[in-house]
Structure formats: C-alpha cells, structure tokens
Design a protein around this ligand. Structure first.
Ligand SMILES: Cc1cc2nc3c(=O)[nH]c(=O)nc-3n(C[C@H](O)[C@H](O)[C@H](O)COP(=O)(O)OP(=O)(O)OC[C@H]3O[C@@H](n4cnc5c(N)ncnc54)[C@H](O)[C@@H]3O)c2cc1C
Ligand code: SF4
Length: 482
C-alpha cells in the first residue's frame, strides 16, 4: 500500500489495517538474559498502525493519558511519515516518551474508541517508535536555555517525577541541581523496574542530554542525612521533594523473621545493581537460583519478581494473590472508556509461573531458621453494598513449599527518612497533606511531586506530577523575581 498517498481523511483505515504489535522475543531466548523483551516494528508497518487512528470527534485516548499526550495529532504525523513533527508534538507534553512508550500500562489504549471492539490503536508502541526514531535520526539534541534567570532550584529525588520537574525548570532557565541518594539517577526506573522491561541505557541517554543542557546531578547525597534539609532550603530559591514512596507493606504473620523472606524491592534492586555493574552488597546474595519461589502479591511488582526469579533460574515460581481472579472481560460496572480492570498476563507470566488467586497467607513454616513453606487458605469474596467482604473457607489450609518468599504487597508511604524529620511536619505518611496549594507543601518555597505525593503509582503519573510541580515552581520564582 502506498501510504504516502493516503490521508488522515481516509477515516476507514482502521477497517482495512489490522492491529499489529511488535511482539516479544521468544521465551526460550529472553529468559537467558536481562535484555528488553519487547521488539520494535519496522517503520512502514508502524506508520500503517498510526493510520488506524480514526480522527475521532472526541479523542478519549487523550482524556485517558495522564500527561495529556496529543495522541491523534502525532499519530497523524507518524502516518504521514513526518517522524520529526510527530516527535515535536509528543515531546510537547511528555519529557520522556522513551520511558512511557516502554512501560506505561497505556490507559490511553483502554480509552481508545477502537477498544470498544478490543482492538485499540497501538498508541504506546507508536509512542516509543517515534521517540526511538527521533534519537536515531538525531532530532533529539541538547538545547540549553538561551538565558538563565539566576534562580536556584533543588530537586530531591531523581525518579521520573524529579527528572521531569528538573528538566522543565532547567529549560525555563533556572539553575537546577538534582539530588539523589543512590549512586545513579533514575529512581525506580533504574533500581526497581527490571532491565527486561526498560534498559538502563535508555535512562543514561536522556540524563546525558539533560546534563549537556546544564542540569547538575549530585548522586550519593541523602538529603536529611548527608545535608540537612534546612541547609537546602537556605541555599536554594525553591525546593522540590520527589523522593518516591518506598515504605513497603509488610506481612506480619508467624514465621516472618525466617531467612529467605524478602521485600520484593530488595530482590529487584539487588539484580538491577548487579546488571548495572554496581555492588549489591549483602543483598547480592538474594538470589533465586534453584529455589522454589513464592511471590506474595499479584500486581506488577510481583510480576517483575516472577520474571527476575525465572532469569535467576529458580526451580519453580508461584505467585499468589488474596483478591479473586479478575474477569477476562469488563464487568458492567467498569465500562469503556475507563481503565479495564480485567485479567492481565504479563510477559513474565508467560515465562512459566503458576498463579493462584483468592489465597490468604496464614503463616510461614521453617526449618533451622530458614523458610520452607507458606501456609495458605482459600478465601471467598462476597459483594456487600458498594464493597466486598472476605471469608476464609474452612478446611482449605495447605502449605506451598518455598525456599524463598518475596513480599510484593505494595508501598504504603514515603520512607520516614531524615528529610521528613528535618521538615518537622506530620506527613500522615505522605507529603499529600502538605500539598494544600497544589504541589506546594505549604512550606515557603518547598514543593513536592510524584509518588511522594500520590503514593505508589505509575511513571506517567510521576511525569505529569513533576511537570505540574515545575510549572508551580516556575510561577513562584517568576513572581518572586519581580
Ligand atoms: C518494581 C516496580 C516496577 C514498576 N513498574 C512500573 C511499570 O512497569 N510501569 C509504570 O508506569 N510504573 C511502574 N512502577 C512505578 C513507578 O516506577 C513509580 O511510580 C515511579 O518511579 C515514581 O516516580 P517518582 O519520581 O515519584 O519516585 P521514584 O522513582 O521512587 O524516585 C524517587 C527517588 O528519590 C530518591 N530519594 C529518596 N529520598 C531521598 C533523599 N532523602 N535524598 C536524595 N534522594 C532521595 C530515591 O533514591 C529515588 O531515586 C514500578 C514500581 C516498582 C517498584
Ligand atoms: S504516556 Fe501512557 S497513557 Fe499517555 S499516550 Fe503514552 S502510553 Fe498512552
């Protein structure tokens, strides 16, 4: 098909062109390494996929995207072969499409009008294709701000929210220092998300550009411990707290102190550090090789543990979840265009893991101080009013053998670090209560963004939040500069 002669006006593209995804590397190959699982579609096919965008009167995809990506516009440019124009539209709303294009769960696709037929436009894949082409063609170059404002901003925490805030504030001409307590910048993108979902070279490539644009990054600096918060507040004209939400939910049942039971993030950080050539310290011994691994928690972090344990050559991996198995299709109370709460099978699940739902953990069994199993019971969920009630099913108690247990039960709030103590505020676990004026913490010149405000969330929300904080800080500084 000659795509150049077609126009977006051909609004029947979606009828003629079938959805085509890039696909993943074969399981047998990918479980032998930590390289990215997802492949890249050739440019011609990718442009055709963009042609499936219908030019809807109301682009619900745009409503579904937390960074307000101008999806129909860049799909149109992509369809016409204007990759540079497509990138310009994409980067107008999203600092890091190379991150979201890889690991965003794509609420936009859930809202896509074509998803009424379960056949949405491949928005996320189109996004990553555009940004990767922009890098390979050299469209993305460092562009330092033409003038500096003379204002100094400290951003604490270098995850996607801190990176987004720092990027926009630097581009606005402020002198920005991004502080990070770890050895490298990137936050959970670097130390939480496994390489097989997001290669760390992707983060380094973007950070290099930001540094060439004038951003200062100071790693191995734990604000609140290495430098008191008050000094930062005194030295900078504005401060943005983007420290994430790292306090994991625990499972305080009998046997919790046995060896071999770890928080999911400790396990994932350890492997990410090893992959990145960093010393993982004692955590480096947290390895699943030849072990029967039970992952408690059916969410995405649990799934990342599954993929990592499989690559470490665990002998068996089981993932258990207390909630019931999600439905295969939308329930009536979860209609389009909302995010579909349906059964999700990740690439890690495809690699060989048993998944069990509606299981409550009673206790951990052990021998000589080491975990040997997880005692579980089936539970039943019954709808009660607007919620659900859970009941243990008698006589269903059994033990799942385990040499390693990974707790992937979510995160409750930011770690109660020195920084929180320095601020001397009652955070109710988060900085949210302080965000009385949008993303300002209520403290003179201290703002907050990302998971530190919203609780554990998604990269796209972190970027959106970082962008909002940057706009508030910029307005605050410009107001003060008058
Ligand atoms: C295992 C895992 C997998 C995930 N997978 C996905 C996914 O596939 N898709 C998706 O959209 N989201 C995913 N997420 C969620 C996503 O990574 C987070 O929502 C996002 O990274 C939050 O960004 P943030 O900038 O707010 O905080 P973070 O990324 O948590 O970054 C905060 C940074 O602040 C630093 N810091 C903290 N305190 C201090 C201090 N006192 N001084 C200096 N630095 C400090 C931390 O070291 C960290 O680097 C995943 C999360 C986890 C845990
Ligand atoms: S950032 Fe996420 S929601 Fe927005 S267009 Fe990209 S994949 Fe869709």
């Amino acid at each position: 098909m000659n795509i150049k002669n077609k126009a977006m006006g051909d609004i029947t593209g979606f009828l003629k062109i079938k959805k085509k995804e890039a696909g993943n590397r074969p399981v047998v190959e990918r479980i032998c390494d930590f390289s990215e699982v997802e492949q890249i579609l050739n440019s011609e096919d990718r442009m055709l996929q963009a042609a499936r965008c219908m030019d809807c009167g109301v682009p619900f995809c745009h409503w579904g995207c937390p960074v307000d990506n101008l999806i129909p516009e860049w799909n149109d440019l992509l369809f016409r072969g204007d990759w540079k124009g497509a990138y310009q539209r994409l980067s107008a709303t999203n600092n890091f499409p190379e991150f979201t294009g890889r690991i965003c769960p794509a609420p936009c696709e859930h809202s896509c009008v074509l998803n009424i037929q379960q056949d949405p436009v491949t928005i996320r894949e189109n996004e990553v294709a555009i940004v990767e082409k922009a890098f390979s063609e050299g469209y993305i170059k460092p562009v330092p701000p033409p003038v500096r404002t003379g204002k100094k901003v400290a951003v604490i925490g270098s995850g996607p929210s801190g990176m987004a805030a720092a990027d926009l504030l630097n581009k606005a001409g402020h002198e920005v220092t991004l502080f990070e307590k770890n050895a490298r910048a990137g936050g959970l993108l670097r130390y939480g998300v496994p390489d097989f979902k997001l290669s760390k070279a992707t983060i380094d490539r973007r950070l290099e550009i930001m540094i060439k644009e004038g951003l200062t990054i100071r790693t191995n600096v734990n604000i609140g411990i290495d430098i008191p918060m008050q000094i930062i507040v005194n030295q900078y004209d504005a401060v943005c707290i983007a420290t994430g939400a790292f306090q994991p939910r625990n499972l305080l049942v009998e046997g919790r102190n046995l060896n071999g039971i770890h928080f999911a993030l400790d396990f994932l950080v350890s492997q990410n550090k090893i992959n990145g050539g960093e010393s993982a310290g004692i955590a480096g011994s947290v390895n699943a090789k030849d072990k029967r691994v039970v992952v408690i928690g059916g969410g995405d972090t649990g799934s990342d543990c599954v993929g990592t344990a499989i690559r470490q050559k665990a002998s068996k991996v089981t993932q258990i979840e207390i909630l019931p198995r999600p439905p295969m299709a939308r329930n009536p109370d979860n209609p389009w265009p909302f995010y579909a709460r349906v059964m999700k099978t990740t690439t890690s699940h495809e690699e060989g893991c048993e998944r069990i739902w509606s299981l409550s953990t009673v206790r951990f069994t052990g021998d000589e101080g080491n975990v040997t199993g997880v005692e579980v019971e089936d539970v039943e969920w019954t709808k009660e009013g607007s919620g659900y009630s859970m009941k243990i099913i008698d006589g269903t108690s059994r033990i799942i053998d385990a040499d390693m247990v990974l707790l992937a039960l979510g995160f409750i709030h930011p770690a109660q670090s020195g920084l929180v103590k320095d601020l001397n505020v009652n955070t109710d676990g988060r900085y949210k209560a302080l965000a009385s004026q949008g993303h300002g913490t209520g403290f003179n010149k201290v703002f907050a963004a990302g998971d530190a405000v919203n609780g554990a969330s998604l990269v796209v929300y972190a970027i959106a939040s970082g962008r909002r904080a940057a706009r508030k800080i910029d307005a605050f500084l410009r107001e003060r500069g008058k």
